[in-house]
Write a protein that binds this ligand. Structure first.
Ligand SMILES: O=C(O)COP(=O)(O)O
Ligand SMILES: [Mg+2]
Length: 222
């Protein structure tokens, strides 16, 4: 494997979104051995970029579930936010939905707080051209033309890599396409059942300890 791509929330962080020190150590070890780490998240680019700088990752970044890519120091917006805004307008007439904090910074999708159940939202948006993801942290309305999988492929190409040479690690339903695009697919122990199903390996440890486990098992080998 030539690179490692990790999801942020619920994968290198815990339920309170605190970064796991073991995951940080393992990521730093990869970087020190010349193996770049890519971040892929449903969160906005400035959050992911700050995380990348503070953690010390040198790979590209997939933000807003593939709607935004950061590679070669360039930002690309690939998702059409109008699809999510149309869906959100419809939802607002049915449910007291609320956008997450800093939603004004989102450029390709809409993310909602988790007060209205995902199933009700999916049912209400059956005829809309949006993907609905419940990440355990927010409910995202995303342009189906993009995903963390399409984002990973673009970031990999910009790094001169094929996604088949990348190990991807995630926890949630917005990571299904992400793992599917990668050569080695890892789900952390706390992952959604749908994600475990597509994974080649499910870690014994949850959250960031699972990330460190997979990095040692498959890449650092010890
Ligand atoms: O923003 C979210 O809802 C979850 O983010 P994640 O993709 O980093 O887990
Ligand atoms: Mg996650």
């Amino acid at each position: 494997m030539k690179a490692v791509a990790v999801d942020i929330d619920g994968t290198i962080t815990d339920t309170a979104r605190k970064l796991c020190p073991e995951a940080l150590k393992a990521i730093r070890m990869l970087e020190s051995r010349g193996i770049p780490v890519i971040l892929a998240t449903g969160n906005i680019l400035c959050y992911a970029r700050a995380a990348s700088v503070l953690i010390g990752t040198s790979g590209g970044i997939v933000a807003e579930n593939g709607g935004v890519i950061y590679a070669d120091e360039e930002v690309r917006v690939l998702g059409n936010i109008q699809k999510a805004l149309d869906a959100y307008g419809h939802l607002r007439r049915l449910y007291p939905v609320r956008k997450v904090q800093f939603s004004e910074l989102r450029v390709s999708e809409v993310a909602l707080t988790r007060e209205v159940p995902e199933e009700a939202i999916k049912e209400a948006l059956r005829d809309f051209d949006v993907e609905v993801y419940d990440t355990g942290f927010a409910i995202h309305l995303t342009d189906p033309a993009v995903s963390k999988g399409s984002g990973l492929e673009m970031v990999a190409a910009s790094m001169g890599l094929d996604a088949s040479r990348i190990m991807a690690i995630g926890d949630s339903e917005n990571d299904i396409e992400f793992l599917e695009a990668a050569g080695l697919k890892v789900a952390v122990a706390n992952a959604d059942p749908e994600l475990r199903e597509v994974a080649d390996y499910v870690t014994a440890a949850p959250y960031g300890d699972g990330v460190a486990e997979a990095i040692h098992k498959f890449i650092l080998k010890g």
